[in-house]
Design a binder for this molecule. Structure first.
Ligand SMILES: [Fe+2]
Length: 236
């Protein structure tokens, strides 16, 4: 596993040194992402190979993982996959482990594509964070808030959305943007420097919910390309 460095000079990400610190530190002073950097032992590629081919998103349960005929190194990986989920469940979270061969694309995107390949903020109606760890394959990517512009604020995009909406730029229109999740998607500014979440690192990132004390962490799924290994992703 290659060594991982957090993006330099970006105060919104705070590195933590343990799971306990990751789970208990509140988002404050503009920090909207906590990263617990880890170099994990174990052979995750063996796990992915044993899972075999597939399509789309395959959710893996504990029983299936435990039934894989893994080597000792594969067993270490399986144990980590199970332990991470157990830890999150112990904190009343509901983690899901996915083997991702591909995501559905927003085929009929219109002026704002709203699939996971587009930089976006997760949203919630109540206080909630997103947890992410990529164990294998291409890692999730982040975009600095100061290098992101809401797509609905780009004049040409807003004009097109207004045309589609067929009304005035008023409260009703803003509600329309919200209902369609258009207001959660961001465009990188020219010369933006997206960063990788890396492999093995466990992240807790801020979402967009009423009263969230910090701006949401903007992120996206990397492109899943034919012939590339599937991703193994923990998400909660
Ligand atoms: Fe997301």
């Amino acid at each position: 596993m290659t060594s991982f460095t957090l993006p330099p000079d970006y105060p919104r990400i705070q590195r933590v040194n343990s799971f306990e610190e990751l789970v208990s530190t509140p988002f404050a002073r503009g920090v909207n992402a906590f990263c617990w950097p880890r170099t994990l032992p174990g052979d995750f590629s063996e796990v992915v190979e044993l899972l075999g081919g597939g399509e789309g998103i395959v959710t893996l349960d504990d029983t299936r993982l435990l039934a894989l005929p893994v080597s000792a190194a594969g067993r270490v990986a399986v144990d980590i996959l199970l332990a991470d989920q157990r830890r999150l469940r112990e904190h009343d979270l509901d983690p899901v482990l996915n083997c991702i061969h591909g995501y559905p694309r927003d085929e009929d995107a219109g002026p704002v594509s709203t699939d996971v390949f587009s930089f976006h903020a997760d949203s919630a109606t109540v206080a909630a964070d997103t947890w992410l760890c990529t164990y294998h394959g291409a890692a999730s990517e982040g975009l600095r808030n100061d290098e992101a512009q809401r797509r609905v604020d780009l004049p040409a995009t807003r004009a097109e959305l207004l045309r589609q909406f067929g009304g005035e730029d008023n409260e009703e229109f803003r509600e329309y943007l919200k209902e369609n999740c258009y207001d959660l998607h961001y465009a990188p500014v020219p010369l933006a420097r997206p960063f990788s979440f890396g492999l093995g690192n466990l992240w807790r990132i801020a979402t967009d919910y009423p009263g969230c004390p910090v701006p949401p962490c903007i992120h996206r799924a990397p492109a899943t390309l034919p012939g590339h290994p599937p991703r193994l992703l923990l998400i909660s």
